[in-house]
Design a protein around this ligand. Sequence first.
Ligand code: GLY
Length: 378
Amino acid sequence: MSPTAPNIEQLEVELGDRSYPILIGNNLINTAGSHIAPRLKGRKVIIVSDENVAPLWLPTFLKSFDELDLDVHSLTLPATETTKSFSHFERLLNDVLALEIDRKTTLVALGGGVIGDIVGFAAAVLLRGIDFIQVPTTLLSQVDSSVGGKTGINTSYGKNLVGAFHQPQLVLADTAALATLPKRELLAGYAEVVKYGLIDDFEFYEWCENNAKLLINGDQNAQRYAVLKSCQSKARIVAADERELGQRALLNLGHTFGHAFEAETGYGNKLLHGEAVSIGCINAFQLSAKLGLCEQQELIRIKKHFSQIGLRNSLSGLADESWTVERLIGHMAKDKKAEAGKITFILARGIGKSFVANDLSIDAVKDVLAQALTDAKS
Ligand code: GLY
């Protein structure tokens, strides 16, 4: 990491000729054009945003291109998880094609994880692949989804089942954008921050315990440090295993459980992705403790931390009589990480000591789910 200008940190995702920088700073959107222009192959830039983000940030973002001799266009999509569907994807492709793009055109995703995923996927397939740039505006997208090149949409069979690995040319994470996030979203995004500590960085986990309240209450230094540390971790893991053949799977800590809960709640406002991940992380540690891999104390410590800051740590108030272990296992089996019916789980030998487990007895998973459902319904 090296400072490029006062208040801007730069780090690199090292992927050979597909390497790219991540810039992190406050008010980066105000000067976005000057960071983006040197990365463009041609003059045409198409900014895709959503109905929540556009009124807040698009005018400032567009203004940053004022002095540049570029052909800039913008498109706006609805602001829901259901935007990541075939129908919106088709409309987006057609709207972009209507702007008469060529192979030197660059798409810019200005928004949260949904916008980053669908725009990245559009860039992956348009004209067999054009450039795109990520400008993530949520904590969740700044610390996770904007980095690493996973793009895609959801189908009725499950989340992110259609997509491509397509790396961006640049990630611009403006921490000022976090000031306009609803607290619930900030908290949900924090689940993906603390995840990095739980995976392999005990020291960062301790930092999280001591600083999460500040971060969630809007402290810019805490937010900036969290984004920086998270992006460093993610960049390191992606550089080592871009296509998730090995250690990148660690980033899915809490996600196998979490995706099942999201599938059950319909990927909507009832349960945000980060909330599903936070419950899933608890379940992953419960499973690890049940298998005798980690101390019960570690699980209790994480649960306490989550509850102290108001982060979801159970299915309480969500799961009703219609939720069953069998249905949840069914969702897990449809996860794209499942292979020949075997579900991959990320387990832990303690905080900061996670590992990938492919050959787990499903009975232990069922026990953890049964307990989680009993606790939620009692
Ligand atoms: N969000 C997990 C990954 O990018 O691999």
